[in-house]
Design a protein around this ligand. Structure first.
Ligand code: SAM
Length: 285
């Protein structure tokens, strides 16, 4: 169903097949990077309408024009509702967008664990506005499998952000129950977790399956939603997980200044789920 490369043979167009018969395409102005790492095919193009676009194994990961929808909604609900987020872990997210949003909060240290150093290098070269993020003295970069890192580290974190790819290849493990149990063990008291969970329409079975085990692990295990124009069907889901923090009861949300999408009204609205999703996952946490 999914192609490994987004670029066509003439390198004039890049496509993501979201289902066997539907998807998105971008007219290519220039191919900036095209390579294969140990883990995946990496392509970065300059597109006609969406600026620079990163594909991994033929799937859109981020576009210059709409990345803020995704990165702000992935990161800020978990950080803004935490009373004092000092140490933050990002698993995946080699493009640096999630890390950039984390560093907008007064955190002491933010560790990014990305399995594929080649993704970090390619993004550092071709998304120049992210270079400052990787240079921030509070940022620590670790090239490792997030699942192995979380097993071995002795550190604990106030907030963990899972910015994984879809559950194929090295990312599969980041969508499983055992991984979330390990995350919980590395969470400081009162900690929060946010994880990208997939498309509202195309990944309903995955939301249902995960909701069952996440509710077994965390007292608060809710889904929330946000639009991402270039992701499948345009509406994305995220898991919010915590034993202590109810995201809708947080007395004061700590919202950094200057965000483009997220604010306290969006935070509350994002936890309202459409009926078909509620039925599938059995209501909100
Ligand atoms: N927002 C994106 C999406 O859903 O399309 C995800 C973007 S981010 C680039 C995903 C990253 O997770 C990739 O760079 C990939 O290499 C990384 N990744 C996949 N499996 C991983 C693992 N087991 N440990 C750490 N990073 C992993």
């Amino acid at each position: 169903m999914k192609t490994m490369k987004a670029l066509n043979a003439r390198r004039t167009e890049a496509r993501e097949f979201q289902t066997p018969g539907a998807g998105v395409f971008f007219s290519v102005k220039k191919v900036l990077y095209s390579g294969r790492s140990r883990f995946q095919t990496i392509e970065i193009i300059r597109s006609r309408d969406y600026g620079r676009v990163l594909f991994l194994d033929g799937l859109v990961q981020t576009t210059e024009r709409d990345e803020f929808y995704y990165h702000e909604m992935l990161v800020h609900p978990a950080l803004a509702s935490h009373p004092k987020p000092e140490r933050v872990l990002v698993i995946g997210g080699g493009d640096g967008g999630a890390l950039r949003e984390v560093l907008k909060h007064p955190v002491k240290k933010a560790t990014l664990v990305e399995i594929d150093g080649q993704v970090i290098d390619a993004c550092r070269s071709h998304f120049p506005w992210l270079r400052a993020v990787f240079r921030d003295p509070r940022a620590e970069l670790v090239v490792a499998d997030g699942n192995v890192f979380i097993e071995r580290t002795r550190e604990k974190f106030d907030v963990i952000i899972v910015d994984s790819s879809d559950p194929v290849g090295p990312s599969t493990v980041l969508h499983q129950e055992a991984f979330y149990r390990k995350l919980k063990a590395r969470l400081r008291p009162g900690g929060t977790i946010a994880a990208q969970a997939g498309s509202l329409m195309l990944h309903l079975d995955s939301h249902a399956r995960k909701s069952v085990f996440l509710r077994r692990i965390f007292r608060h295990a809710g889904l929330y939603l946000g639009p991402v124009p270039t992701y499948p069907v345009g509406m994305w889901c995220y898991n919010f997980l915590s034993d202590r923090v109810d995201p809708l009861a947080a007395r004061k949300l700590r919202v950094p200044k200057g965000l483009k999408f997220y604010n306290s009204e969006i935070h509350r609205a994002a936890f309202a789920l459409p009926n078909f999703l509620k039925e599938k996952v059995g209501g909100r946490a």
